[in-house]
Design a protein around this ligand. Structure first.
Ligand SMILES: [Zn+2]
Length: 276
């Protein structure tokens, strides 16, 4: 181990031990990256991604039937998300439909920027209740600060590698934080713990927005049945925690009261577009 690495060890350890946050379900999270910096990095990543796709003509116009359907569902969910975490009222909540018929995926970045792919809608053929479960699950990842947590884990892993004294030229290569945020939100798998948490928060969020909690179970059944060009990307970015469907089926009856109440009157919250 070099002198430099030895010198850094206690300081880094202090940071690692001290940097903890608590998720909405009460779980302790590693927080080397603040939520605010995850939001800033995500915003940059989002503008790049969507700008590129727009140039390629791959963003559905907001007047399209599919985009209107997605907007309507998302607006009801965002109203509940803000209710659940009032601090998110100043997030730049927005959703786009990306025209990629082969991609079965959806995501929500830190800060509330969301997207769903036409492949998910065409191949899954979800009911509104099921599509709401997808979006609510994604929103829950953002509400539970999973982006900052995953960025923290990525950084801590690199720090761990450095501390082990195996720091090579190659591992010193750093990714920009925006690129890291984008990769984590769009391509990299969540942990199974984060998945369980997003399932738990998502089904409640959807019920409170007036969407049938039983659709959380049928959604995952449909997701598993989607075949064709291999498993949907959604399943690789959202690895299934043990007994996912059983746990959701157990939670569903507890959510019925929220659902019944919201069906009568579910408020909406208007959302922005990235280019507005
Ligand atoms: Zn997930």
């Amino acid at each position: 181990m070099s002198n430099k690495a030895r010198f850094l060890t206690p300081a880094l350890l202090a940071v690692l031990v001290g940097a903890c946050a608590v998720s909405p379900t009460g779980r302790r999270q590693l927080a080397l990256v603040s939520e605010d910096s995850a939001i800033v990095a995500s915003e940059e990543a989002y503008a790049m991604q969507i700008g590129e796709l727009r140039k390629e003509g791959k963003i559905l116009p907001e007047s399209s039937r599919v985009a209107r359907r997605v907007d309507e569902i998302t607006e009801r969910l965002v109203a509940q998300a803000v209710e659940m975490r009032p601090a998110t009222s100043d997030w730049k909540w927005s959703v786009e439909v990306i025209d990629e018929p082969e991609v079965v995926n959806a995501w929500c970045m830190a800060g509330g920027r969301m997207a769903v792919y036409t492949g998910l809608i065409q191949k899954l053929d979800p009911t509104d209740d099921e599509l709401a479960q997808v979006m609510a699950h994604e929103i829950s990842h953002a509400l539970a600060n999973h982006t900052a947590e995953r960025m923290s884990v990525a950084i801590a892993t690199n720090a761990g590698v450095a501390l082990a004294g195996v720091l090579s030229e190659d591992s010193q290569r750093t990714m920009s934080t925006a690129a890291l945020a984008a990769a984590l939100a769009i391509q990299m798998p969540n942990s199974r713990t984060a998945e369980s948490e997003a399932d738990e928060i998502g089904i409640e969020l959807a019920a409170k927005a007036g969407y049938n909690p039983n659709a959380a179970v049928s959604l995952w059944e449909k997701m598993e049945r989607v075949g064709g060009g291999g498993p949907p990307q959604f399943l690789s970015t959202h690895p299934s925690p043990a007994n996912r469907k059983e746990k959701l089926a157990e939670l569903a009856p507890q959510m019925m009261a929220y659902y019944e109440q919201a069906r009568r009157n579910a408020p909406t919250r208007s959302i922005a577009r990235a280019d507005r």
